[in-house]
Design a protein around this ligand. Structure first.
Ligand code: DP6
Length: 314
């Protein structure tokens, strides 16, 4: 049996958490259509719960250990069976393309199935969150907001909610400019923990709350300029928080900056861009400008490869 879950790209970033995987500020993301994790699994009876995890046909012991620890913190009643999971991504993992989001969302779907939990989408999103925060935004497609706010009915710190967006945003592409596909050196989980004592933490959480509200409004009304400038601003704030953490770290690469400089100087279409916890750039623009982007990328080659994706809006 197979399950899949798509990746997502955050426009307003989740960076900082408390309690059991609860976010310090609300976040919002777009779901991607093509970047997905696909998992197949086999369940057999066993004396005790046992998990074997293969990523691209290689046993992945560190993932197994990470999952086992996270499973202990959940309230799940794991009965006696052996779960063998084979996982594949349609994109390179650990390069800032939110592989933990799609893989943990997919894993939550497998647990739901194997344990006969029959969870509704909110509970499934909440289960995925327990494995990785951003994964709660990868259960359903479209724009997903995570975090309790009074202007989104039914919103919660425990699960993501769908946000309806203006038709201006219905035909967006996300061309992922892979500047460096090597494994990232600092995990998001460590990055989040550095927010606990970060000098800018409370200012950041207030700013993110404001940005989130402004973004929800911009997406609703089709306000491209606000959407675009907030998205870029959030990317830089995220990376500034990393660089001003103690100890500080930087996930950007020289070619990230070269690409962004070229985008700013040479790409004459309406676009926005963002980076997650990695050096790669998500270039977001309307489908009608695809050829302009291809022409631009032909000339400005400060990257390893390109992943062509699309944003889903429903
Ligand atoms: C920069 O969800 O990977 O991508 O909850 O510790 O697993 P954990 O962190 P994770 O953090 C993602 C951070 C981000 C921004 C975002 O997706 O909102």
């Amino acid at each position: 049996m197979k399950f899949s879950a798509h990746s997502n790209i955050a426009l307003i970033k989740y960076w900082g958490k408390h309690g059991h995987q609860l976010p310090s500020n609300p976040s919002i993301s777009f779901s991607l259509k093509k970047c997905q994790t696909i998992m197949s699994f086999a369940k057999t009876p066993s004396e005790e719960f046992k998990l074997e995890f293969f990523f691209e046909d290689q046993r992945n012991l560190s993932f197994e250990k990470k999952i086992q620890e996270k499973l202990k913190k959940t309230s799940l009643n794991l009965s006696s069976f052996h779960l063998k999971i084979k996982s594949e991504n349609t994109f390179p993992h650990s390069c800032g393309i939110a592989s933990s989001a799609s893989s943990m969302a997919c894993f939550a779907k497998i647990l739901d199935n194997t344990l006969n939990l029959e969870l509704d989408s909110k509970s499934l999103s909440s289960l995925a969150r327990e494995f990785s925060g951003s994964a709660c935004r990868s259960i359903k497609s479209g724009a997903q907001s995570w975090g309790e706010v009074d202007y989104i009915e039914g919103s919660s710190d425990k699960y993501a909610s769908f946000v309806k967006i203006h038709e201006r945003f219905h035909n967006l592409r996300d061309t992922i400019i892979v500047v460096d596909s090597s494994e990232k050196k600092v995990s998001s989980t460590l990055g989040h923990s550095l927010m606990n004592k970060h000098s800018f933490a409370s200012a950041r959480f207030n700013q993110a709350r404001e940005h989130h509200q402004q973004m929800v409004e911009a997406l609703r009304t089709g306000d491209w300029d606000t959407f675009s400038s907030l998205t870029i601003h959030e990317a830089w704030v995220l990376h500034s928080l990393m660089q001003s953490a103690d100890p500080s770290f930087c996930l950007l690469r020289p070619d990230t900056l070269k690409m962004i400089e070229a985008l700013n100087d040479q790409l004459n279409i309406p676009f926005t861009y963002t980076m997650d916890a990695g050096p790669n750039i998500h270039l977001i623009y309307e489908d009608k400008y695809h050829q302009d982007v291809l022409n631009f990328l032909e000339v400005h080659r400060f990257y390893e490869s390109i992943i062509e994706d699309e944003v889903s809006y429903e």
